[in-house]
Design a protein around this ligand. Structure first.
Ligand code: CMP
Length: 139
């Protein structure tokens, strides 16, 4: 089915001017960027977005990193977009990511891993609504 998923190009990647190279990976995989904006999250906003990880030992570090510099938030659309995006991103830890994936090619560490992508249909819906209004979503 045609799905939409929420993607974030993280500060380690925007800082190194990798937005275009990462977007090319999405587009080459058949994912269409149907909404996109560059924003600088406050620590409170980053903390709210990652609230599900609140009890994890890396939460503070994750929130600080995501608020450190601008990110690009985007909605990707396509056939099986949620799973396809996770394939294109590669494993969370770049050390475990397959060749050709975004994280294998660009990520610096498990924390500074260049991209985030929704993990399931329900979270995709919530995460898209966190960043985008209906008016910003053009099919
Ligand atoms: P993401 O897909 O954005 O979802 C949660 C993030 O937490 C994950 O990518 C990683 O960047 C980060 N993360 C996961 N495990 C660790 C860890 N052990 N240390 C630091 N950050 C982590």
């Amino acid at each position: 089915a045609i799905e939409r998923t929420l993607s974030i190009i993280k500060p380690d990647a925007t800082r190194r001017n990798l937005t275009g190279k990462i977007n090319a990976k999405f587009e080459d995989a058949g994912l269409r960027i149907v909404a996109q904006k560059r924003i600088h999250l406050s620590p409170a906003q980053a903390g709210q977005f990652y609230a599900v990880h609140k009890e994890r030992p890396f939460y503070g570090e994750l929130v600080e990193f995501m608020a450190s510099e601008p990110v690009v938030v985007q909605v990707l659309e396509g056939e099986n977009a949620i799973a396809k995006n996770r394939e294109v991103m590669g494993a969370t830890n770049p050390a475990n990511a397959d060749a050709g994936t975004i994280r294998k090619e660009f990520a610096l560490s498990v924390g500074e891993n260049s991209v985030h992508g929704s993990d399931a249909a329900e979270t995709a819906k919530e995460e898209i609504a966190f960043f985008f209004s209906g008016l910003e979503l053009v099919g």
